[in-house]
Ligand binder design. Structure first.
Ligand SMILES: *Cc1c(COP(=O)(O)O)cnc(C)c1O
Length: 359
C-alpha cells in the first residue's frame, strides 16, 4: 500500500529530488564520490553553493540590496542571533505574537536586550491573527512577525501588507509557497526542513546595510562575518545545501512560487472543504479568515474518536496527522512537496470516517 505523509517537519521531499539524489549517491558527476565527501573549498561543491544562492534569488526575486546566507542551528538559532546582531543600545526589539514560535523568538530576544510584544493573538488561543494596528517608532530595532504559524495553523494572508522600516520575518514554514515582495523586509529566516529541504541548513535573507562589523560578537554569530565569507566561514552542511539546491530546481520546474501558490491554495481548499462540509463533525481550529495554506488544524468533539481517527487513517496508509500537543486534534501539513492527490486521499478518508462514526 502506498503511504502518504502529512508531518509538520521534517517531512517528505519531492519524489523527483529523492530519485535524483539516489542516482548521484556514490558518484557525483563522475568524481567517484558523494557530494558530501567533497571539500567545501573545492570547485565541485562551490558550484552547488553558488547555484543554490542564485536560485533562491531568482525564485523569490531577491533584489541586489539583499544578501542570501546559508547558516546552521535552525530557526531557533536565529531567535538569538537576530537580536544579537540587530538590537543596538537604546533600541527595543518589537514582536508580534501569533503562536508558539513567535513566543519563543520573543523570549530569546528578551534575554539579549529590551524587547516588547506589541501585538498579540494570545487571547484567542492563537486561533485568529490579531489586528495589525502597530505604528512604527524610532526606538524600534525591528518588528518581528511569523508568517505562518505551524502549530496553530494560521498564516498572514498578505506578506506585503506590513509596513516597518526594519521588518523581520520567520518564514520557516511557508517560504517558497507563494510570491511576496522581499524588499519590504530587512531580514527573513527559514529553517529548511519544511519547504526547502532537509534540516541542517537555515536560509537567511538580509538587507546589506544591516551587515555591520561587531567586535564584541563571536564570529560564528555575526551575519557580517558569514556574508563576508559567502557562507563559507566554517564548513557548511554540504549535503543539506546540495538537497536544498535540488529542491529549488524542482520548484523552478513546477513553474516557480507563483504556480506553487495556486497549487497550495487548491490543496488547502480540498481539506478545508472536507472540514466545512462535515456539519460540525470536524471542527477547524483556526478561524476561517486566518487559515493557513500550509498547516491545517482540526479536531473532533470526542477524544476516543480522535484516537480511532489516527488508528484508522494509518491503516489506510495516511500518516503524520497527530496535532501538536498544545492544540490536540489533528494537523495536516501540506507543504510544497505534498501532491494534490494526497490531499484528495485525506479528504476521502475524512468523509469515509464521518460516514462510519458520524450521526
Ligand atoms: C519549525 C519552526 C521553527 C523551529 O525550527 P528549528 O529549525 O527546529 O529551530 C521555528 N519557527 C517556525 C515558524 C517553525 O515552523
Amino acid at each position: 500500500m502506498e503511504r502518504i505523509y502529512f508531518q509538520a517537519g521534517p517531512t517528505t521531499l519531492p519524489k523527483e529530488v529523492m530519485n535524483r539524489a539516489k542516482s548521484e549517491w556514490d558518484d557525483f558527476k563522475e568524481t567517484g564520490l558523494n557530494i558530501m565527501e567533497h571539500s567545501h573549498r573545492g570547485t565541485t561543491y562551490e558550484e552547488i553553493h553558488e547555484q543554490a544562492k542564485t536560485l533562491m534569488r531568482k525564485l523569490l526575486d531577491i533584489p541586489q540590496t539583499h544578501d542570501v546566507l546559508f547558516l546552521q542551528g535552525g530557526a531557533s538559532l536565529q531567535f538569538a542571533m537576530l537580536p544579537m546582531n540587530l538590537l543596538s543600545p537604546g533600541k527595543t526589539a518589537k514582536y508580534v505574537l501569533t503562536g508558539s514560535w513567535s513566543e519563543k523568538a520573543f523570549k530569546e530576544a528578551a534575554k539579549i536586550g529590551p524587547s516588547e510584544a506589541v501585538v498579540s493573538g494570545k487571547d484567542t488561543k492563537y486561533r485568529t491573527l490579531p489586528e495589525m494596528n502597530y505604528e512604527p517608532s524610532d526606538q524600534d530595532a525591528y518588528l518581528h512577525i511569523t508568517s505562518n504559524n505551524t502549530i496553530f495553523g494560521t498564516q498572514w494572508p498578505d506578506l506585503d501588507a506590513f509596513s516597518h522600516p526594519n521588518l523581520v520575518a520567520d518564514m520557516s514554514s511557508d517560504i517558497m509557497s507563494k510570491p511576496f515582495n522581499v524588499s519590504n523586509y530587512a531580514l527573513i529566516y527559514a529553517g529548511a526542513q519544511k519547504n526547502l529541504g532537509p534540516a541542517g541548513v537555515t536560509a537567511v535573507i538580509i538587507r546589506k546595510d544591516l551587515l555591520k562589523e561587531n567586535e564584541s560578537l563571536p564570529s560564528i554569530l555575526s551575519y557580517q562575518v558569514h556574508a563576508k565569507n559567502r557562507s563559507l566561514y566554517n564548513t557548511p552542511p554540504v549535503y543539506s545545501i546540495y538537497l536544498l539546491n535540488l529542491v529549488l530546481q524542482w520548484i523552478e520546474e513546477q513553474g516557480g512560487v507563483k504556480e506553487l501558490e495556486v497549487k497550495n491554495k487548491k490543496k488547502a481548499e480540498i481539506i478545508y472543504n472536507a472540514i466545512d462540509s462535515s456539519d460540525g463533525f470536524y471542527k477547524g481550529y483556526a478561524t476561517p479568515e486566518s487559515r493557513s495554506h500550509m498547516n491545517i488544524t482540526f479536531t473532533l468533539s470526542d477524544p476516543e474518536l480522535e484516537k480511532r481517527f489516527i488508528k484508522e487513517s494509518e491503516e489506510s496508509g495516511i500518516f503524520g496527522l497527530k496535532g501538536h500537543r498544545s492544540v490536540g486534534g489533528f494537523r495536516a501539513s501540506i507543504y510544497n512537496a505534498v501532491p494534490e492527490k494526497s490531499c484528495q486521499k485525506l479528504a476521502e478518508f475524512m468523509l469515509h470516517f464521518q460516514g462510519k462514526y458520524g450521526k
